[in-house]
Design a protein around this ligand. Structure first.
Ligand code: NAD
Length: 369
């Protein structure tokens, strides 16, 4: 028997198979669940990173990963990010995330989203889902036929979280501009928005209304054309927005856009955008700081959506929620001040604040046990 086990182990080494626990992005996640259903075509992973502060809330991403991307890496990193985001936002929620491995342009069907709803439901409320890249609030309405553990739909509150995410990023951008240049608005600045989806398009409109010029890029030609027409935006290639002559760079597409090849090309003084996991590695945060670029931590500034969908209550006042989300700007200012005083990077300070809140929650749980 021991010989067989050794054989299996050495065979795995030969073919390079690793378990999820050995994955570089595994961070002591509480649960990693794989779902596969041939009838509906569902292939999904749900990762629950940490539930110390409450059930794990985080959206569901639909992506084909045809470009060699790794869905397990994505869900592990995104779910960990949600733990930090929810803690820093002061929410009674832990962090989790889901990915459906499929092409949102061609593979959507009611059967697929209902199957995903059953998958979410099987976790008994430990994971609460919502929309993310590739998934709309209409898709989530279908998921909600099979599980009550859905947020960001009309039945549970304010509906689509994207306007609140965009509003939070905009408030953070204004706070960063005020911190850097003492300016009360974005008037006269040039902002580059990469990715004009649910969040990026709304952020672009807010930025333009505040008096900034826009440079935009997206892999979807129709979206950039709409921004050119409606917002007088200048269009550049999707993968060159970061290198444009801009004051503020707002990454609003997918993650890992700030890395060793893009950072040396950035001309902006501030990076503040909605995309999750913008830094490919922690070293990239230090590289931005070394270049004197103010980086507004992604999970701090893009928390508007999760703040808006967290209360499970229909009929919440949208204006009151906007005021609550606007406080993201104050949190960012506090983080930037502390980072400057301590000689740390903003994401190091944000991480520490989130970890302190999780540790306090863990202590409270232990005391009440
Ligand atoms: P979305 O799918 O609506 O939009 C993403 C956009 O990025 C699309 O227009 C797509 O064409 C574009 N895109 C994809 N790859 C690109 C590339 N290489 N270069 C340029 N553009 C590219 O998604 P969304 O809801 O707007 O979310 C955008 C980002 O913000 C994601 O990283 C998401 O995780 C994050 N986020 C979203 C919310 C929310 O409320 N929707 C909340 C927090 C964080």
């Amino acid at each position: 028997m021991a010989g067989v086990r050794r054989l299996v182990a050495s065979r795995k080494q030969q073919v390079g198979i690793m378990t999820p626990f050995q994955h570089p992005s595994f961070d002591g996640h509480e649960r990693i669940c794989f779902f596969s259903e041939s009838k509906s075509g569902l292939r999904a992973i749900i990762a629950i990173h940490d539930t110390t502060l409450g059930p794990a809330l985080g959206g569901c991403r639909m992506w084909a990963y045809a470009d060699g991307g790794d869905p397990l890496d994505d869900v592990l990193r995104l779910s960990r990010g949600m733990t930090y985001k929810n803690a820093l936002a002061g929410l009674p929620l832990g962090g989790g995330k889901a990915v459906i491995v499929a092409d949102p342009a061609t593979d959507k069907s009611p059967a697929l989203f209902e199957a995903f709803g059953r998958a979410v439901d099987s976790l008994g409320g430990r994971y609460i889902t919502g929309e993310d890249v590739g998934v709309s609030d209409a898709d989530m309405e279908v998921v909600a036929r099979r599980t009550a553990h859905v947020r960001g739909i009309r039945a549970t509150g304010l509906g689509d979280p994207s306007p609140f995410t965009a509003w939070g990023v905009f408030c953070a951008m204004r706070a960063a501009v005020r911190y850097r240049w003492g300016k009360p608005s974005l008037e006269g600045l040039t902002v580059g928005v990469q990715g004009l989806g649910h969040v990026g398009s709304r952020l672009a409109a807010l930025v333009r209304a505040d008096g900034a010029r826009l440079i935009v890029g997206d892999i979807d030609a129709a979206k950039v054309e709409a921004a050119r027409r409606r917002l007088d935006a200048v269009i550049v290639a999707a993968d060159t927005v970061h290198a444009a002559d801009i004051d503020v760079f707002a990454p609003c597409a997918l993650g890992s856009g700030l890395n060793e090849s893009t950072i040396p090309e950035i001309r902006a003084a501030i990076v503040c955008g909605a995309a999750n996991n913008q830094l490919r590695t922690p070293a990239d945060g230090l590289a931005l700081a070394a270049r004197g670029i103010l980086y507004a931590p992604d999970y701090l500034v893009n928390a508007g959506g999760v703040i808006a969908i967290a209360p499970d209550r229909p009929g919440i006042d949208a204006d009151a929620m906007k005021n609550r989300v606007a406080r993201i700007g104050d949190t960012l200012t506090a983080v930037l001040r502390r980072a400057e005083a301590e000689g740390a990077s903003p994401e190091q300070v944000a991480d520490r604040l989130a970890e302190e809140r999780i540790a306090a929650g863990r202590d409270a749980l232990l005391r009440s046990a």
